[in-house]
Write a protein that binds this ligand. Structure first.
Ligand code: COA
Length: 385
């Protein structure tokens, strides 16, 4: 088997693989896109499997950590069960490390495949269906902020407003170009901004989609930096009560749902779980933001057959408010590859990891690992790939 980066010449072969695997119907105009790298596995010169790596970054502790977003993994039906997907994932780990992506995330349809290579459940991507009576019961804002449709000149302010909120929610993507094209937002049916004294106080993006008598309204982002801005945007959704019975809202900021408390907390949630893997632990530790803890040291042993560059003994040093990873130490806490993603993201504490058989060693040392990541409030992404 030979694995290489795909080029535009591979467009038809890659399309065929993904067409059969995912029932994709439209041949893309271009295969190679800025911000995405693709790997193609060949057996005897035939395209056997494909995998894409998107260049994203996720906020952890307020810092954007470069992340390889794995997607579009497909193996030809005639070549399945022979280790092609495993080989593609191994190659992807090398490629991500080489290109400075110390963490990786993916939405699994076959979790067992990714668990075998060190990814583990870390966070959610959620939509809620809000019945109109829920939205009508939201309190009115004390000050109604004048809204207007967005124009091209709002794009930077809109992205800044998103970042102001997103950097406080562990797991959220920073939506950096070129993988994410911020301009595309203007193609939506509704892009409402709330101008403030310094940039935007909030914005809402939504699309009309078919469904029911009057169609549906899908709100992709409802982002606001203060209470009145949140309430103004929610009030604007209540104005759809004449035509719609419910509105679908993607949960970008979990604080939004807290305003819907005055009627029973019943709504349908559509949730998709994403998995995380640490590709390069020293680089990931250096890139993340950390809380200010008293000086301390935790000795780690990392067991990771598929990313041997970070396997072995490390010392996690907390000093003068900064955190770094140095080689060496006694290996007092042993972390298996699949423990690294849930630990780094704050998705699971060391007790849960121990019960899952992914962590061993001194509980007194392990508790420092929880203090470093444990207050995330549940990692979350609002971008699907
Ligand atoms: C899923 C898919 C990519 C696996 O490709 P493959 O080359 O057959 O996988 P491999 O032979 O490398 O197997 C890798 C591991 O995953 C496991 N695995 C593969 N498919 C699995 C499945 N459907 N359910 C559970 N485990 C599975 C294998 O048992 C193997 O485990 P091991 O390493 O412990 O032996 C392939 O079946 C496919 O293209 N399916 C359709 C598209 C799809 O679902 N893609 C995943 C998108 S997230």
């Amino acid at each position: 088997m030979h694995i290489r980066e795909y080029t535009e010449d591979d467009r038809d072969a890659v399309f065929r693989l993904r067409k059969v695997a995912f029932n994709a119907t439209e041949l893309p105009e271009r295969l190679v896109r800025e911000g995405t790298r693709g790997l193609l596995a060949e057996i005897d010169g035939q395209a056997a499997g494909v995998l894409g790596i998107g260049a994203f970054a996720q906020f952890y502790g307020g810092a954007a950590v470069p992340m390889g977003g794995i997607g579009g993994v497909a193996v030809d039906g005639s070549f399945r069960g022979r280790g092609v997907a495993n080989a593609l994932l191994d190659a992807a780990l090398h490629v991500m490390r080489e290109h400075g992506q110390p963490i990786s995330a993916l939405y699994p349809t076959v979790p067992a495949l990714y668990r075998g290579r060190g990814w583990e459940k870390a966070g959610v991507f959620e939509w809620v269906e809000l019945p109109m009576d829920r939205l009508l019961s939201v309190p009115k804002p004390s000050e109604l902020i004048a809204s207007r449709p967005a124009t091209g000149s709002d794009l930077t302010a809109l992205h800044d407003c998103y970042l102001e909120v997103a950097r406080t929610i562990d797991g959220m993507a920073d939506r950096r170009p070129p993988r994410i094209d911020v301009e595309k937002v203007l193609e939506m049916d509704l892009v409402t901004v709330l101008p403030g004294p310094n940039g935007l106080r909030g914005y809402l993006t939504a699309k009309r989609e078919p469904g029911g008598d009057m169609g549906r309204l899908k709100v992709f982002d409802l982002i606001a930096v203060d209470v009145d801005a949140q309430l103004t945007l929610l009030a604007s959704l209540a104005s759809w009560a004449g035509t719609l019975e419910a509105i679908d809202v993607r949960i970008t900021d979990p604080a939004t749902v807290n305003f819907l408390g005055s009627t029973p907390m019943r709504h349908s949630v559509w949730s998709s779980t994403w998995m995380q893997r640490v590709v390069d632990l020293p680089a990931a530790v250096a890139a993340r933001g950390w809380p200010r803890l008293a000086d301390t040291v935790v000795d780690l042993e990392v067991v990771d057959a598929h990313a041997p560059w970070h396997a072995g003994l490390h010392r996690l040093v907390v000093e003068d408010g900064a955190v770094r990873l140095e080689p060496g130490g006694t290996g007092a806490v042993r972390l298996h590859a699949r423990a690294l993603g849930p630990w780094f993201s704050g998705a699971q504490n060391t007790h849960a990891l121990r019960r899952a058989g992914l962590l061993e060693g001194d509980p007194a040392d392990a508790v420092v690992l929880d203090q470093l990541t444990g207050t995330s409030g549940g990692p979350r992404l609002a971008d699907f790939f």
